[in-house]
Design a binder for this molecule. Sequence first.
Ligand code: PLP
Length: 398
Amino acid sequence: MNWKNNQLENYKEVMVPNYLPANFIPKKALGSKVWDSEDKEYIDFGGGIAVNSLGHSNPELVKALKDQSEKLWHLSNFIASEGAINLGKKLTENTFADKVFFSNSGSEANETAIKIVRKFHSSINSSKTEIISFNNSFHGRSVLNISLGGTEDSSQEFSPLVENIKHAEFNDIESVKNLMSEKTAAIIIEPVQGETGIVEAKREFLQEIRSLCNEYQTSLVFDEVQSGVGRTGYLYAYMKYGVEPDILTSAKGLGGGFPIGVTLVKNELAKTLQPGSHGSTFGGNHLACAVANKVIDIVNNQDFLEEVKNKERIIRSNLEDISSKYELFSDIRSSGLWFGCDLIKDRSSFEFLDLGYEEGLILVPAGPNKVRLAPALNIEEKDILEGMDRLERVASKF
Ligand code: PLP
């Protein structure tokens, strides 16, 4: 038994058998490259599932984290943090929002959003108690978020789920209208569905949803946990559509690998949270905010975002070439540096991922038969090309 298997035996011994990890243990990473303990190199096209927005061990993020770690780690939200104030300013000045609430993950950011909506409606004695979400959506793993989610997964095994949540068809406005009523408190939607394989909402669909929300005084929540912070070539995906939400949730790429979540809110809704209404021990902590401030400084730059779109074109044309040469994908969708590729004949994405590891390439799945790419937004062109060579070798063996 070699060291790798020993390590994986140890993994099995101590971990709840919830994940099926790759057959190697990474030891270090820099930019878009990762090395395991046997010094084998991997090109990272997965980006930690759309999290490592600026690559591994980014020197500017390392410096921000190190500097902050030598000053102050944690007090609590009873004492204001300069980093949180600065980050809140950047997020409100550059988006539709007036206020922010910090947490540690996408799931928590969504919990906050729904709590704000509910408290708002209970504070004005409205009868709005229902939420509309979408089939094939993903919002996280808490009980609320699996209730919101619209995937055919094991959510029923965790029942009872949260009630009064209905699911409409994505990009089908009639199905939304059929569920919409005076009782609808919120519509929650990903402008680009991520976990289901990068499916963009149509512009008119989001526009019509906005109008319906205005008509029924329903809050519109955009879940941009995965699509936010430059992933689509826009600071937030909604900016591409020109349709503004009332609440937006962000996490993943915001911390570039350091956990942070945030709920962005318009004033009218924000003011319903008063001292004691809600909370988060670690939300907005000094370390996370130091890193996220630096991420926003770097990503919120027109030239940087244009580069994301340029690299999308390079990766897309490579994917199309490989796909047609090896009859690999039945469809390739992209939105910035974010790609969903459907394997022909519903073949297993996990099999494809394993071949990737063999060839020194890290990818992520999007369900059982779709492959997702979400590389660092600053991935270098030479790493893209090397990764594509490896992807071609995977395709030839698949
Ligand atoms: N919302 C969306 C759109 C996501 O893609 C995810 C995670 O994949 C979440 C929410 C949940 O985020 P987290 O895993 O940080 O709780």
